[in-house]
Write a new protein. Sequence first.
Length: 596
Amino acid sequence: MANGKAALQTYELPLGGQLRMMVGAFWNAPVRNRVLVLTVALLIVIFSTTYATYRLNEWNGPFYDALERRDMPEFLHQLVVFAVIAFSLTLLNVVQMWLNQITAMRMREGLARDLSDVWLVPGRALKLVSAGAIAANPDQRLHEDTRILAENTTALAIGLVNSTILLASFIGVLWAISSDFAFHFGERVISIPGYMVWATILYALIGSVLSNVVGDRLPGLNADRYAREADLRAALMRVNENLKPITLARGERNETLRVHLAIDGVLEMLRKVAWALTNLTWVSAGFGWLALVAPIIIASPMYFSGELSFGGLMMAVGAFNQVNQALRWYVNNFSVIADWKATLNRVSSFRNALLAMDVPAAEGELIAYRDAAAGEGISLRGVMVCGEPERGTLGHGVRIREGECVIKHGERVMINGDPGADRHLFFQSLARIWPWGRGEIGLPPIEGMIFMPQEGYLPTATLREVMTYPSGMPGADDKALAQVLEKVGLERLVHRLDEVERWDRLLDKDEEAALQVANAVLHRPDWLIMDDVLEGLEPETRERLLAVLSSLESSTLVYIGRSEDYLEKFAPKLFHLAPLQAYTEPVMEEQKAEEA
């Protein structure tokens, strides 16, 4: 995929599409049943809490009436009732908190596992690298974004359900209190059935509208903030991974400037978020403080007209607060909702981009891959690999100068190139991870092939696992592993087979290449395709590794690159790569001349 075109492509979905994607992912996740069980338990606790809260609101009436009558026995009785209700609510709150945390944990487990599984589908993650900005810092989306999304989803869902149940429970109390009340203005009487309900709804509605207007920029700001946070962490990780060359080059000052630049990006976004939250606080805090007196003001006409006792007034205040709290759920959680929408967008767009990698891009032509027949080997017919495919053109890349090539099983082959020919790009096309171009490539079963890049990957694991990566090879015993290590010149590591290390830091370039060859010797593939792995190695290392490779008598060796040592050792069949631009420019000039 062309970098320029990929940068313009967007993988963002509308909110409905985001929700459908993530709900579908959850429904197919292994944690679904556990989360559903926890959800049922939470609903039971929420209903129980609502009932206890309803009883507490009813308790206000007789308690305050007892105070008004100075009735000591009834007062003490109501204190006992309060103790029972308060203990029940405390117990329910503790249980709900535990269920909240466990549900959030399971939600995060499902999200993180799903996203990592989608990301590491063979070939998909590498294709995403060329997809533009969406590919930047996937660790942020897999780690921090999934955490925030899981926690916020759980908290918001529970809060919304709780508020809905409270609203349904207490709105009836408000309606009953004010159902028959009428305002008297001289001789005029204005009756508003359930006017406390309408006053509460209006109060909450004004707060919600103001919050939405004032905090409209928060979701976008939060998304940008998480992106800058990811850039900062990536900069710090890059410095940490390259401390040795940075120190040797005395480059600490330069890296400090880069880190400070990333910090500045984070701080700038934090300043913008701080201002947005500050403006939102004017609304949320203002309406919060006003809520202390608003219910008394609203209920005061009934109290002063004698239609409500003091206990009835307190019941009305309690019911108003519960209904107002339920209706103002959106206001109170606006910043959390903005955070949730930002992370939902980042996670869903990342997942959508990964899934889109399975669909060939519209721009550029694609190489035709086919499974080779038994005994056919590798066949290349008119292969041209494009480095930057664009609609209707081949762009830059490489081509096989011979036009048609066949590599039979057991042969030793070298594919080198003219100056400027991108051999690494051709290696990727053979591995089916860069399909853009023209021509046809026939390949034997992938199970019998090993592709050895110039810079290999050494996982942070035991040396035994590194040597047998990725299949594990349970049949390889310590003796076999030790013999291979001695062959490639790594006998000093024989006693460290079960040690877990960052081997990419512990070993130098020659030793890493030796470990790659050891891996290939253990697997003994039918086809070993090497991407200039001998380049830059010491002469004695090259000689030793070539001697080891020669022991793979039943394997086909294909070396893509220039190596006089390989040429001298194996006298291989030769094929050549040429820059694609040198081929396409004369053709395009001829086409233009014909069109003229």
